[in-house]
Design a protein around this ligand. Structure first.
Ligand code: RB5
Length: 154
């Protein structure tokens, strides 16, 4: 995973800048689609942009940051093919890749400090999807998604 998209809202401008610089120092190419200004910026805009880039294969993964990480992750998860997890600690971030093959990680600038955010991102980027029994379950998630896309009634 070498090319990432990053997005944020107005609450997470400073953290986005720090995480982006951190990732670039580590050799990642990072495309910034979030806001760099203090004025109010609605999180679904950047959640959607990053999610579309990941779903289209334009980048290998995404990082999303808002106040809690909740709104921006919910927005990303509305895009077909996206598995975005909001995490406040590294263990869930790592397992979300190993077991759930998440393709976007999210966290909250009002919830975690920047050093913990770096640990969350590192754990997620360094983890590998384990496949096997987990693949079957991820496939089940995709099947649910397909059902919804077709608008099929239960
Ligand atoms: C903005 O006030 C805040 O709602 C947003 O950053 C995020 O926490 C939403 O989930």
């Amino acid at each position: 995973m070498k090319k990432l998209a990053i997005g944020n809202d107005h609450v997470a401008v400073e953290m986005k800048k720090e995480i982006m610089a951190y990732l670039q120092e580590k050799g990642y190419e990072v495309i910034n689609v979030g806001t760099d200004e203090e004025g109010r910026f609605d999180y679904p805009i950047s959640g959607y942009k990053v999610a579309k880039m990941v779903a289209a294969g334009e980048v290998d993964g995404g990082v999303l940051i808002c106040g809690t990480g909740v709104g921006i992750s919910l927005s990303a998860n509305k895009v077909k093919g996206i598995r975005c997890c909001v995490c406040s600690e590294p263990y869930s971030a790592k397992l979300s890749k190993q077991h759930n093959n998440t393709n976007i990680i999210a966290f909250g600038a009002r919830v975690v400090g920047v050093e913990l955010a770096k640990m969350i991102v590192d754990s997620w980027l360094e983890a590998e999807f384990e496949g096997g029994r987990h693949q079957r379950r991820v496939d089940m998630i995709r099947e649910i998604e397909e059902t919804q896309s077709l608008g099929a009634a239960e």
